[in-house]
Ligand binder design. Structure first.
Ligand code: SF4
Length: 245
């Protein structure tokens, strides 16, 4: 039974959204990669920058410090130097180092595999106990590494679910994590996340959404106010009156 948003503005279920977006973008493959430490570091690096830049910063980092222990023990200024290509290095370098140190202190090693079996809310809370780890980063680790049904709400997901009315318009990203997880069947979380990001990048842009091309338009409360109206059909000029009429 599809779950419906309690928000009165929503007319589409998440299932219907996934179905419509799958028709234009294809169904994202389900590929949890099983490496939560990589996901954690990569997600911290990805904060407020593009995937390309954070990917470059990550590659430089693991080339210079191939073992997590080396990274944890590295001087902050050296970490900063390696990740400067990704932006905000002054904030991210101490955040990464502190997160690794906190994991080491709590667990005695740098291995997050225990989160795979931990009850989902406990696993989220454990990760969020790390300095600089918010709900989005915690959900990225749990979903991308283990395939667990925690949805990361990034800027694209947040914007599109608000426009669709799946969450109220004044919902914070933090609150949207809770509301969406209550709304989504576990097997829908991964495709929903990836399809909404793709949709936010391709059509549902922040400034000028391309509503007229969007398959969600018939069920989108925001789209019905933003889509350009079709041009008025002009009536052909009536036939010229006969001479002498
Ligand atoms: S109709 Fe417009 S606002 Fe609604 S989801 Fe599509 S692009 Fe976004």
């Amino acid at each position: 039974m599809p779950r419906r948003s309690p928000n009165a503005r929503a007319s589409m279920t998440p299932e219907a959204v996934v179905k419509a977006l799958t028709a234009i973008y294809g169904l994202p493959a389900w590929r949890p990669h099983g490496d939560p430490m990589t996901e954690l570091v990569l997600t911290i690096l990805s904060q407020n920058t593009s995937d390309t830049n954070s990917g470059r910063a990550f590659m430089r980092l693991i080339t210079r410090f191939p073992a997590w222990e080396e990274l944890m023990l590295a001087p902050i200024n050296e970490i900063e130097g390696e990740i400067s290509v990704g932006g905000l290095a002054k904030q991210k370098a101490p955040r990464i180092k502190a997160a690794l140190q906190a994991i080491q202190d709590a667990r005695g090693d740098l291995d997050l595999d225990f989160l795979r079996e931990m009850p989902l809310d406990d696993a989220k809370n454990w990760l969020r106990g790390l300095n600089g780890v918010g709900p989005k980063t915690a959900a990225c680790v749990l979903m991308f590494a283990f395939g667990r049904p925690a949805i990361p709400v990034d800027t694209h997901v947040h914007r599109v679910v608000q426009r669709l009315g799946l969450v109220p318009g004044d919902t914070t990203p933090e609150r949207a994590h809770v509301l969406l997880e209550a709304l989504l069947e576990p097997d829908l979380v991964y495709p929903f996340h990836l399809l909404l990001i793709k949709h936010g990048r391709r059509l549902c842009h922040a400034r000028a959404p391309r509503c007229a091309e969007c398959p969600l338009l018939p069920g989108c409360p925001a789209g019905s106010t933003m889509a350009p109206k079709p041009p008025r059909v002009r009536r052909p000029p009536s036939a010229a009156p006969p001479p002498g009429a």
